[in-house]
Design a protein around this ligand. Sequence first.
Ligand code: ASP
Length: 322
Amino acid sequence: MFRPTFILFFISILFSCENSREIDFAIVIHGGAGTILKKNMSKKMESAYDQKLKEALNIGYKILEDGGSSVDAVESTIKVLENSELFNAGKGSVLSNDEIVEMDASIMFGGNLNAGAISGVKTIKNPISAARTVMEKSEHVFLSGSGAELFAKSQGLEIIDNEYFITERRLNSLLNAKKRDSLKENKFGTVGCVALDKFGNITSGTSTGGMTNKKWNRVGDVPIIGSGTYANNKTCGISSTGWGEYFIRNVVAYDISSQIEYRGITLSEAAQNTLIKVKDLGGSGGVIGIDKKGNIVMDFNTEGMYRGYRKSNGESIIKIYK
Ligand code: ASP
């Protein structure tokens, strides 16, 4: 006969296996990587970035804390960053050679590998919401240009004139880039978020205006599932920022996930390996991610990356420089 103490012991082992996650829920964000140096940053700008990152992080965190889904947390967090002029996403996006804003975004849910993406949109106020709507309300994964805009409109998303997105700061950057006839930039202000909710579901999302002075409807890594964004509950969720062409060629987000899946290495080792490959090809940028246990990575091969995370165990951080 089993004694009650033995049965209790057995149940507690079962329970601890079920809940082998050290972290109940967690959220991590980025606001772009690049040559972000303290010496070039005014106190005022520094605190503006700091506050906006905190605001975004806290909105997502609260959703997770209240038992909300990682999809809701990622969308709401990214919307705060898209609505801020500080980042290269939504309002404040960089300008193309035609002096307009063309945006890309994507989202992926690690629970069933469902995903949604849009590219080259000019009038959708919150591109991340359009990506989510593609994921949840269409039979497709990736819509582009005017078709994506028509779809967003038909789903009741807010449509706004392109003028709304344009800021003086980005217009000046474009004029400088045009003088140099360059697409090469050393600052990337894309935004991204990865969240793990109480149910063990990981969602990743990324949103951007792309690169200053881009031509010919250039599309970067951000809306490409597996490059700018990837999520899989079995491994991790990733959002990237950097020189998109190099992130596409290295299939960055999926490369990190597959190293965990096939080689059994840690999230931070995997991210490091992939960023070395990006650098070896001549690219620069960074990634954020969360694995299924709630471990977080915020890695980059540039001078800085706007970034932060909050975990259910009380750990929290906002950082800009190396
Ligand atoms: N990855 C983005 C792109 O190439 C740029 C960025 O991260 O800021 O479109």
